[in-house]
Design a binder for this molecule. Structure first.
Ligand code: KIV
Ligand code: ZN
Length: 529
């Protein structure tokens, strides 16, 4: 029977499987708490991803609770949990995801000789049997089961296909081919995907999961799509282990921009949400997006050379292959000033996609007034940064900054006085430092009693110009765990104090909820993932 257009369209849909909260969260220094994971997951749903890999439930209690919270709250995408082949892993994974609208269990085991010998200490026959029984066990819970032969690109092809066949015969509905160590080359990876499709019989979707050790993760994912893959596993901003995973925004925009080249494959991503999602992930993970990052970098649509500017002014397409508004990188508009009222403020935020009410709105409005008093006009970017800082988090932080006053200069010792609010009580401390920023941080340490080491520190401006808001991003290391913090102000010292307090509040919140701070090498982390 001839294929209808609708069937052809559906067959060419590329499922976007986001693993920012699992593979991305495994990046060194990233530690998201439950509220932050939920916030990212809600935004991923808004972005239109098909599957959210919410975490690895057996890895730790925190991972389990994060996955469970997402499964219970987020509607739209399939919610997936990762699992090794052990029965208790699969059981724990199911326990975490079972309340989701739609569920998936993702089972994996390594098939390369080096992993089987050195890590698993299993024979190939044991690996095949483990894969098969774990998939069958997972199928007892859900009819949506994915199987991955870890380190696929360095695995013996025939053996890997035997394991994949065993997985399909036991009920796997998606076969995901991971280039775990980022070793593959596009032509080679595409050919491997095509050969797997020929050799492994059954009804399954083939998927690619590429790491970026050689900077080829996106190219390999696209080669896989050309060879018939209809799912790609990727992360926002390409975050992930080592050099990261394939960047979702780059894959999606390549398929869209070069549709005529790929002839068919498409995604259901609402691309205009890409920039916003990128900023949210960057803020909560503390991973900066490089200025010249494709699609979502702040310079991705900036034109410096006069000849380019002239070309773009006469016709945007002279030097732009994508419309910035199509990825949510619209022109910055001046939106509000100090005379704008609460109604205009709420209304503008609503138009920008932030529907906030009650305490959150009051809190954001108070902060808006403070900033508007110091800056003539606030742009959309300023407002978005403000909302992100003030109401981005679902739980109110313990300490609030009331005031930050600092003094310093070439011939005087820098000092700072900080006033914090702790449950209505005002706490004040004064401290010295090598500079005013250090003095402010020392005063905050005195008040909160949280000791540690400031590691990274970077100041950027939200928009251009000398009246731009300063956006400070830093990391504070406590007991071997590193926590990001972000702060915003017209004044650099105050922005730094806010960022520092933000990191401390996040540490306090993790401790208050009985969770463990994620160390660089977590004791609970599991081999091979
Ligand atoms: O890179 C990898 O092999 C993985 C698997 C768990 C899919 O992340
Ligand atoms: Zn991976």
């Amino acid at each position: 029977m001839a294929e209808t257009t609708a069937q052809r369209l559906e067959a060419d849909r590329v499922i976007i499987f986001d693993t920012s909260l699992r593979d991305g969260e495994q990046s060194p220094g990233i530690s998201l708490d439950q509220g932050e994971k939920l916030e990212i997951a809600e935004q991923l749903a808004k972005l239109g991803v098909d599957v959210i890999e919410a975490g690895f439930p057996i890895a730790s209690q925190g991972d389990f609770e994060g996955v469970q919270a997402i499964a219970r709250a987020v509607r739209g995408p399939v919610i997936c949990g990762l699992s090794r082949t052990a029965r208790q892993d699969v059981d724990r994974c199911w326990e975490a995801i079972q309340d989701a609208e739609r569920t998936r269990i993702h089972v994996f085991i390594a098939t390369s000789e080096i992993h089987m010998k050195n890590k698993l200490r299993m024979t190939p026959e044991q690996v095949r049997s483990e894969a098969s029984s774990a998939v069958a066990h997972a199928r007892g819970y859900t009819d949506n089961v994915e199987f991955s032969p870890e380190d696929a690109s360095r695995s013996d092809f025939d053996f890997m296909c035997e394991v994949l066949q065993a997985a399909v015969d036991s009920g796997a509905t998606t076969l995901n081919i991971p280039d775990t160590v980022g070793y593959a080359i596009p032509e080679e990876f595409g050919a491997r995907i095509a050969s797997i499709r020929e050799k492994v019989k059954g009804d399954y979707i083939i998927s690619a999961h590429c790491h970026n050790d050689l900077g080829l993760a996106v190219a390999n994912s696209l080669a896989a799509i050309q060879a018939g893959a209809r799912q790609v596993e990727c992360t926002i901003n390409g975050i992930g282990e080592r050099a990261g995973n394939a960047a979702m925004e780059e894959i999606v925009m390549t398929l869209q921009t070069r549709g005529e080249f790929f002839a068919g494959p498409w995604t259901g991503i609402h691309t205009e949400e890409l920039a916003k999602t990128s900023r949210l992930v960057s803020r909560l993970t503390g991973y900066h997006v490089q200025y010249n990052k494709a699609v979502v970098g702040r310079n991705a649509f900036a034109h410096e050379a006069g000849i380019h500017q002239h070309g773009v002014l006469s016709d945007r397409e002279t030097y732009e292959i994508m419309d910035p508004t199509a990825v949510g990188q619209g022109e910055s508009k001046i939106v509000l000033g100090k005379h704008s009222g609460r109604h205009a403020f709420a209304d503008t935020l609503k138009k920008m996609g932030y529907d906030i009410h009650g305490d959150a709105l009051n809190q954001a409005f108070t902060r808006f007034k403070e900033l508007a008093d110091r800056k003539v006009n606030l742009s959309e970017e300023d407002l978005e940064a403000l909302v992100a800082e003030e109401v981005g988090d679902t739980v109110r932080y313990r300490y609030q900054l009331v005031s930050c006053d600092s003094q310093g200069g070439t011939n005087s010792t820098p000092t700072a006085t900080i006033v914090l609010d702790l449950d209505g009580e005002k706490l004040e401390a004064n401290a010295h430092g090598d500079g005013m920023v250090e003095a402010a941080c020392n005063a905050i340490k005195k008040l909160t009693g949280v000791e540690g080491r400031l590691t990274d520190y970077a100041v950027t401006s939200v928009t251009g110009g000398v009246d731009a808001l300063a956006d400070v991003a830093l990391r504070f290391e406590v007991d071997g765990a590193s926590m990001p913090g972000r702060g915003l102000s017209t004044d650099v010292v105050e922005a730094s104090a806010r960022a520092f307090l933000n990191a401390i509040n996040r540490i306090v919140r993790v401790k208050d909820t009985g969770q463990e701070l994620k160390k660089a090498n977590r004791p609970g982390s599991l081999d091979g993932v």
